[in-house]
Unconditional design. Structure first.
Length: 536
């Protein structure tokens, strides 16, 4: 890959972006908006195959990339190739596809996609289609891209990673590394509107261990909500999730809170957004708030139905100054200075103490308020983005806490569950191989029909997972590892049945973790540690 980057020349930024299966960086809300049915129509139009034939082949292969490769291969045997595709041409057409909106947009997208397929070789068509559908499966992890940029342009991997934590855009970082080398990467700074990799917390087995870990600990409630990174530049305000997704349009209420409640002209602040009951104003579970995160329509209605509250806890940038090198105690003071608190928008309560009895009362108050637990933070710690930093933040939840696992498979239901995916296969991540290892099968906790606003049904899960199906055979479905769910369980057992070597006894669905990516799911190491703790 380093050789590819080195030879890319003027198309370097585009090559790096496409290598990660993307057209736009995470912090941009722009989407290609190509659904399965539009892709099927495009294949039919470009190759001359009937739509029925394309759908039949899709049913057997389960991958539209392989489907288009098959039909383009058939066509190329009898027709002369069109003008060759270039990275620049593919990228410009992708951007044109993303621009289409309003009346006639689907027909225009159809024409653009068909033009790419017509000009492509069978192999090119496969990867064009997978990129359009955001289903590129080459498995290139961010660490691989980081190391490839470092090797291609003779810079340190650590410098590339630091730049990535600041900009979250490898395409831009690669161009800077090529033009300016190590010195260019060192000069990269935070930029309003480009999301920053957030500081992550380690898990602590108990409250006493967490308090004893730091000379100057402070305890905060760990809220059951959406971690948000708020960027303000005058009247321009942007809201990002911990996954760096731009959700500004979904949360116009947060924008108003910032306009009224932030004194600084420019800043990047962090907090937790929770849903509250519109009558009692009491906190509601994240599952309620999650209905707003992916919302595309009826935004104002949802604002009224599911009001929010923001609890701020950190600041990394104010009026031109980066604050990474300041300890948390100073950052907290700066945050309090720039915020005009209100009932909806305030700095989270913090208890600075090493007294276990006081901390336990604070912790139990959080649990009684239906929050996840507490964060124990080192007041002397600097902000190191993108890392689980030893000596930084520790999260404390009830012992044998739930696991955040990825769905990698399922089975088609029968009888009254016919037509729905059921019995979901769960997996943990192996960071060394970038693979997901199975650790159990779950169906408990999913509802057959919606009983309240928070219930998740088999029908709903099927709609969510169906676009991620990679392969089907005899009712068994392999699913692209994308959806993270929180799972409760009775016990972790050794098991030769699953590739992780462990199996969960009586796993039960708790909630979908929309705010987490598959890269943030539990690791194999974490599962082993939980098993060892359980034995003790």
């Amino acid at each position: 890959m380093a050789g590819l980057f080195n030879s890319a020349e003027d198309s370097l930024a585009q090559v790096v972006m496409l290598s990660n299966g993307r057209v736009f960086p995470d912090y941009e809300s722009t989407e290609l908006g190509v659904a399965t049915q539009l892709a099927i129509k495009s294949i039919s139009k470009a190759t001359g195959a009937s739509r029925r034939a394309v759908e039949k082949k899709f049913t057997s292969l389960g991958d539209l990339g392989l489907v288009v490769e098959h039909f383009v291969s058939d066509k190329k045997q009898s027709t002369l190739a069109s003008e060759s595709l270039t990275v620049g041409k593919v990228f410009s057409v992708f951007k044109e596809i993303a621009k289409q909106s309003g009346k006639g947009s689907q027909e225009r997208k159809l024409s653009l996609i068909s033009s790419l397929i017509t000009a492509a070789t069978p192999l090119e068509a496969k990867y064009v289609m997978r990129t359009l559908l955001q289903q590129l499966r080459v498995g290139i992890a961010e660490g691989v891209i980081r190391d490839a940029i470092a090797k291609a342009f003779d810079v340190k991997p650590e410098s590339v990673e630091r730049a990535w934590n600041m900009k979250s855009d490898f395409s831009e970082i690669a161009v800077i590394a090529k033009k300016y080398g190590e010195e260019g990467l060192k000069k990269i700074k935070l930029e309003i509107g480009k999301s920053v990799q957030v500081l992550l917390a380690e898990k602590s087995p108990d409250l006493k261990t967490a308090l004893d870990s730091f000379d100057s600990p402070a305890v905060e409630w760990k809220m059951d909500g959406m971690r948000c990174q708020i960027h303000k530049d005058g009247n321009r305000i942007l809201i990002f999730t911990r996954r760096l997704e731009n959700v500004t349009k979904q949360f116009p209420d947060l924008v108003k809170y910032v306009q009224r409640g932030v004194k600084a002209k420019e800043c990047i602040i962090e907090g937790e957004t929770i849903a509250v009951d519109k009558k009692t104003r009491r906190p509601l579970p994240f599952q309620v708030l999650s209905q707003r995160i992916q919302r595309k329509h009826e935004i104002e209605r949802m604002v009224k139905e599911i009001p929010t509250r923001v609890n701020l806890f950190d600041v990394v940038y104010v009026d031109g100054e980066q604050l990474f090198e300041k300890p948390l105690k100073e950052r907290r003071e700066i945050l309090e200075e720039i915020i005009k608190p209100s009932s909806e928008f305030r700095v989270i309560e913090q208890l600075a103490t090493k007294d276990l009895e006081k901390a336990e009362k604070f912790y139990n108050d959080a649990l009684r308020a239906k929050q996840e637990g507490v964060m124990v933070k080192n007041l002397d710690a600097l902000y190191i983005p993108g890392r689980n930093v030893a000596g930084g933040w520790l999260k404390v939840k009830p012992t044998m806490e739930n696991l955040d696992l990825v769905i990698v498979g399922a089975t088609w239901g029968t009888g009254k569950r016919s037509g729905w995916l059921t019995s979901f296969v769960l997996a943990v991540r192996d960071p060394d191989t970038n693979k997901f290892l199975e650790c159990g099968m779950m169906s408990t906790g999913i509802k057959e029909k919606k009983e309240s606003g928070m219930d998740v049904t088999y029908e709903g899960m099927t709609k969510t997972l169906k676009p991620l199906v990679e392969k089907e055979a005899g009712g068994i479905v392999k699913i692209k590892p994308k959806i993270v769910i929180e799972v409760a369980y009775e016990e972790i057992q050794k098991s030769p049945t699953y590739s992780s070597g462990f199996g969960l006894r009586f796993p039960r669905f708790v909630r979908i973790r929309n705010e987490k990516s598959e890269r943030e799911s539990e690791t194999m190491e974490r599962l082993q540690k939980m098993y060892d703790m359980q034995k003790k």
